[in-house]
Write a protein that binds this ligand. Structure first.
Ligand code: SF4
Length: 306
């Protein structure tokens, strides 16, 4: 796309945004061009907080389906649009409500905690949800002496279990994008850039997390880098994060743990699709009435803890 075409799309998006009284929220893993036109860019926790606070009538959610669904739960009177209806999260699809009910039956009395990367149906079955940035805090509010059922990410669950010293029953889910980051990539990069700090997302494999200086969600990564006196960082997460880190820290160096950590679902959202979404008011994301109250309660409990 030429620069002129790009500018013309951006201009049309701005006009439509005003006309529709819309706000554009974008996840840190979105394409750079999408991050640049967003009113707010953030991690899952930031975005769910923004969605619950905005006065806009329409929320264009540049992310994946469960995020738009969470925005709809928190803003039931607003229109929530996902610019590509196929932008789902494979990890969120790895556990169903029926499977979780079965797990709860087998571990009666346990607390059920879900990662925010779950469907509303699964959230409705849980006591509370969490993001990678507040998981430890959420777990600290749960009754002692009871195991914690954690779905769906086995790596995040295992990380929080180790850090909190709590007994977790893990579900075998994982993020296929973070799974592409392997220990030998980190070892090689550490040899090559011995001065660099290694920051990885807790969705990474446990052996990758063990090699890192610190494991943080994307919001935590931004804060860590800004406050750090170091100037080189090996980053183990989805590649879109590198764009934001470089943009906000132009004097620091960021080395992706692998160029292969690309989430194809996040990358389905483009500038053109954001425009079409605002033009045609598509694709609207809603939550079935039967799930709304229970799923919202699970998310609101997390927001209260945060
Ligand atoms: S990066 Fe992983 S967890 Fe995030 S949306 Fe993509 S598949 Fe889901």
């Amino acid at each position: 796309m030429s620069r002129e075409e790009n500018d013309s799309i951006k201009e049309k998006i701005q006009q439509l945004k005003e006309m529709r009284e819309a706000i554009i929220l974008a996840h840190n893993y979105q394409l750079g061009e999408v991050q640049d036109i967003a009113d707010f860019v953030g991690d899952s926790l930031d975005l769910s907080q923004k969605a619950s606070q905005t006065d806009a009538k329409v929320i264009v959610f540049c992310g994946v389906h469960f995020m738009a669904e969470t925005a709809s739960l928190l803003s039931p009177d607003k229109i929530v649009l996902l610019p590509d209806e196929n932008a789902g999260c494979p990890m969120a699809e790895m556990v169903t409500a029926a499977e979780l009910r079965e797990m709860k039956k087998q571990h009666a009395g346990a607390s059920a905690v879900c990662y925010i990367n779950t469907t509303a149906e699964v959230k409705a079955e849980c006591d509370i949800c969490c993001t990678s940035s507040n998981a430890l805090k959420v777990v600290s509010t749960l009754p002692e002496g009871k195991p914690i059922l954690f779905v769906p990410d086995k790596y995040l669950g295992s990380y929080v279990s180790t850090k909190s010293g709590r007994e977790f029953v893990l579900w075998p889910g994982y993020c296929p994008t973070h799974q592409r980051i392997v220990a030998k990539d980190i070892v090689k990069l550490k040899e090559h850039y011995p001065e660099a700090k290694v920051i990885v997302h807790p969705e990474c494999r446990s052996e990758v997390v063990a090699l890192a200086d610190v494991a943080l969600g994307t919001g935590g990564m931004l804060r860590y880098v800004k406050e750090s006196e170091d100037d080189a960082f090996i980053i183990g997460t989805e590649i879109g994060m590198i764009y934001r880190l470089r943009k906000e820290n132009p004097l620091k160096r960021f080395i992706p743990a692998t160029e292969q950590a690309i989430c194809p679902n996040m990358k389905l959202i483009t500038l053109e699709k954001v425009l079409w979404s605002l033009e045609e008011m598509r694709f609207r994301v809603t939550v079935p009435d039967r799930l709304k109250d229970a799923a919202r309660e699970t998310v609101e409990k997390m927001l209260n803890v945060s």
